[in-house]
Design a protein around this ligand. Structure first.
Ligand SMILES: NC(=O)C1=CN([C@@H]2O[C@H](COP(=O)(O)OP(=O)(O)OC[C@H]3O[C@@H](n4cnc5c(N)ncnc54)[C@H](O)[C@@H]3O)[C@@H](O)[C@H]2O)C=CC1
Ligand SMILES: N[C@@H](CC=O)C(=O)O
Ligand code: NA
Length: 435
């Protein structure tokens, strides 16, 4: 039986599990591939660092380039742009097939790397980069290749879902839950990538590029994280029958001139508690895909963590190893159309607004007039009154839900309401999906 040499770059949460599976399941993998997958070495910064899995010391090296030079398959699980980018390019130049879970690298340089791989006739696979263990990129790129995807919407960051879910179900504090997500291996090396929405934005860019057969610049993804979400926001959402989730949304929309555009965005979103995405708990992820002929599809599973992510890495490795056994050129994704990215102002959504106003006659009418002036229709309004701490009278807490409208009109409405002398604070503005 033929032997394919595998070089592993990085041995952290995911890499250590990939190494373990390659060693423990060697016989099964050989039977599935039709060739032995020999773990030739593991490149790390410190070969003597303690590892999750019990791995032979002689596999470790600090010389990644030497390892790559003799490999048939290179698995990059270091993370970050450099040296990962240079090493992936080096692997492609050597004619090795590449598997990576590095969404930051793919969102920033995926187009160039795919073009290089295409030119070199080598395979580049990255199922682990989006929604961990969930098979989502292969279904989009292959199973739905004969359809037209119109929208992709999902929970694609395990860390933030873990945090928001704990805030919603146990009232836990943000910082404590983040520390737990780090301990469980869900968070990125720098967790601001998670809580700031950038990890989800990188995944949204990858999803949009594959779904719409185009190039998506990570800078074109509108990105808001969850750092400003408070326990009050969570409680107000609960009261109104919603749950707050960080959603990544990519959709095809008509641009202002009537041509086609795509909107790619990540932001905290209210969704009704009966919506299927509301029941995605912990570090689980779920992605909705809408296609012209297939209709609605939903993919659900573990989006983070060493073992689940290693499953996706091994799936890619087996698939491309099978291709190496059969022979022939590999095929990576192709971008054959350019669709402009639309600014967030050109999307359509609905808002749920929380504000504090003076409890005086005429206040509601003034607020309602501003909505009307911008053509924004109010769907629900709730008011509770409470005394102001300094004894100067009563304050009204207002929660206003709107019908769907252009984002630009909704944002202008909020900006004008903030200027009203009777409004003491706009406490939260969240978009709503799934109504
Ligand atoms: N942890 C997770 O749940 C998921 C992670 N990913 C992605 O998989 C990749 C790996 O993630 P983790 O295993 O969680 O990261 P990690 O931080 O636990 O492990 C990274 C490994 O790479 C090594 N490394 C980093 N820079 C290096 C350098 N310059 N030279 C040699 N070795 C170097 C580190 O020593 C460590 O062994 C990242 O791109 C991440 O975004 C993707 C999906 C899920
Ligand atoms: N940090 C990421 C890991 C998986 O991609 C997450 O929390 O989802
Ligand atoms: Na995946």
């Amino acid at each position: 039986m033929k032997t394919l040499k595998v070089a592993l770059l990085g041995c952290g949460n995911v890499g250590s599990q990939v190494a373990r599976i390659l060693l423990e399941d060697a016989e099964d993998l050989a039977a599935r591939v039709g060739a032995r997958l020999k773990l030739a070495g593991i490149a790390v910064r410190n070969p003597d660092a303690p590892r999750e899995a019990d791995l032979p010391r002689e596999l470790f090296t600090t010389d990644a380039e030497a390892l790559i030079a003799s490999a048939d398959i290179v698995i990059e699980l270091m993370g970050g742009l450099e040296p990962a980018g240079t090493l992936v390019r080096s692997a492609i130049a050597h004619g090795a097939a590449v598997v990576t879970g590095n969404k930051a690298l793919l969102a920033a340089q995926g187009h160039d790397l795919s073009a290089l791989a295409e030119e070199a006739g080598v395979q580049l696979s990255y199922e682990a980069a989006v929604a961990g263990a969930i098979p989502i990129l292969r279904p989009i790129a292959e199973s739905l290749a004969g359809d037209h995807i119109t929208k992709v919407m999902g929970i694609v960051n395990g860390t933030t879902n873990f945090i928001l879910d704990a805030m919603d179900t146990t009232g836990a504090a943000f910082g404590d839950v983040l520390a737990e997500a780090q301990r469980l291996g869900y968070a990125e090396a720098d967790p601001t990538a998670d809580v700031g929405g950038h990890d989800a934005a990188a995944k949204a860019a990858i999803l949009a590029a594959l779904s719409f057969h185009t190039t998506v610049d990570a800078a074109d993804v509108h990105c808001e994280g969850i750092t400003s979400i408070t326990a009050d926001d969570v409680a107000a959402a609960q009261e109104a029958g919603y749950v707050i989730k960080l959603l990544a949304i990519a959709e095809r929309l008509p641009a202002a001139d009537g041509s086609d555009g795509i909107s790619v965005r990540v932001h905290p979103t209210l969704i009704p508690r009966l919506h299927p995405l509301a029941s995605v708990h912990g570090a689980f992820n779920a992605v909705f895909v809408e296609a012209e002929n297939a209709g609605q599809l939903m993919f659900y599973g573990q989006g983070a963590g060493g073992r689940p992510t290693a499953s996706a890495v091994l799936g890619d490795t087996v698939a491309l190893a099978r291709r190496l056994v059969i022979g022939g050129r590999g095929r990576t994704r192709s971008h054959d159309v350019t669709i402009p990215a639309l600014p967030i102002a050109q999307t359509t959504t609905s808002y749920y607004i929380g504000l504090e106003a003076k409890d005086q006659p005429g206040v509601l009418a003034r607020i309602a007039q501003i909505f009307a002036a911008h053509g924004v229709s109010i769907e629900t309004m709730r008011q509770t009154t409470h005394p102001v701490a300094d004894g100067s009278g009563d304050s009204a807490t207002l929660r206003i839900g709107t019908h769907r409208g252009p984002e630009a009109a909704l944002a202008a409405t909020v900006a004008e309401i903030e200027q009203l002398d009777v409004v003491t604070a706009v406490t939260s503005v969240l978009r709503v999906e799934g109504n």
